[in-house]
Design a protein around this ligand. Structure first.
Ligand code: ADP
Ligand code: ZN
Length: 221
């Protein structure tokens, strides 16, 4: 087994980034750094920064790059896993990708592709644990006890940006601002692992196993 994995999990909102990253974390012992979770925490703290961040997140807009990069640097500095990390929700702009390059060398980009209709259906029925951020779905990925997190017993809630209007805006932001990063990494010859999701009720384990096999092939696990 090699020392460290430094991966980006990449894809539109609702493509399963958080769901798969959480399972890869368990299997590989890596740290998962999820920007959306970090921002939701910051919003909860009700500081000046929290109020600023809230304005963007609520509308489905990107938080400004300088704020995001600073927050990421601080979080990476606190990362203690010797197995490495998976970035979920970062980078989301070319400028963020450029800033990341100065901080860490990324081994692989794991790309998740999902048709828009699945994204919309998934996100409208998604629930999140208040305490640990674990992702559930009231139709396709139910917790054992309704409204309660299997992992930590925390209460499940619906994110305020998981409404039809904001979901559409987030997909638009992804297509315009985030997707171009893929070409950027292709040009840099960073290995790409792609998983295509075609059906809404596919169990996460199917994706996770395929991703793990691809990482093994690249000798990254
Ligand atoms: P999604 O389910 O859309 O992938 P996330 O939980 O990753 O959502 O992010 C939620 C929101 O947090 C985004 O819509 C955006 O407002 C903000 N955000 C998260 N990561 C970034 C980032 N790297 N750059 C700018 N804004 C971000
Ligand atoms: Zn939980």
């Amino acid at each position: 087994m090699r020392g460290q994995l430094k991966a980006i999990i990449f894809g539109p909102p609702g493509s399963g980034k958080g769901t798969y990253a959480s399972r890869l974390q368990t299997k590989l012992g890596v740290d998962v750094i999820a920007m959306g979770d970090i921002f939701r925490e910051i919003i909860g703290e009700e500081t000046q920064l929290g109020r600023k961040v809230k304005g963007f997140v609520e509308k489905g807009l990107l938080v400004p790059d300088d704020v995001v990069v600073e927050v990421l640097k601080q979080r990476l500095g606190k990362s203690s896993s010797k197995r490495g990390f998976i970035l979920d929700g970062f980078p989301r702009t070319i400028d963020q990708a450029k800033a990341l390059e100065k901080i860490a060398n990324i081994d692989v980009v794991v790309l998740l592709t999902v048709p828009d209709r699945i994204i919309i259906e998934r996100l409208s029925t998604r629930r999140i644990c208040k305490k640990c951020g674990e992702v559930y779905n009231i139709r396709y990925l139910k917790p054992k006890v309704e409204g309660v997190c299997d992992k930590c017993g925390g209460q499940l809630y619906q994110r305020s940006d998981d409404t039809p209007k904001v979901i559409k805006d987030r997909i638009g932001v992804y297509e315009r601002q985030t997707q171009p990063i893929l070409q950027y990494y292709k040009d840099k010859k960073i290995p790409l692992v792609e998983f295509k999701c075609e059906s809404i009720d596919m169990p996460p384990e199917v994706a996770v196993e395929e991703i793990l096999r691809a990482l093994e092939k690249l000798r990254l696990t």
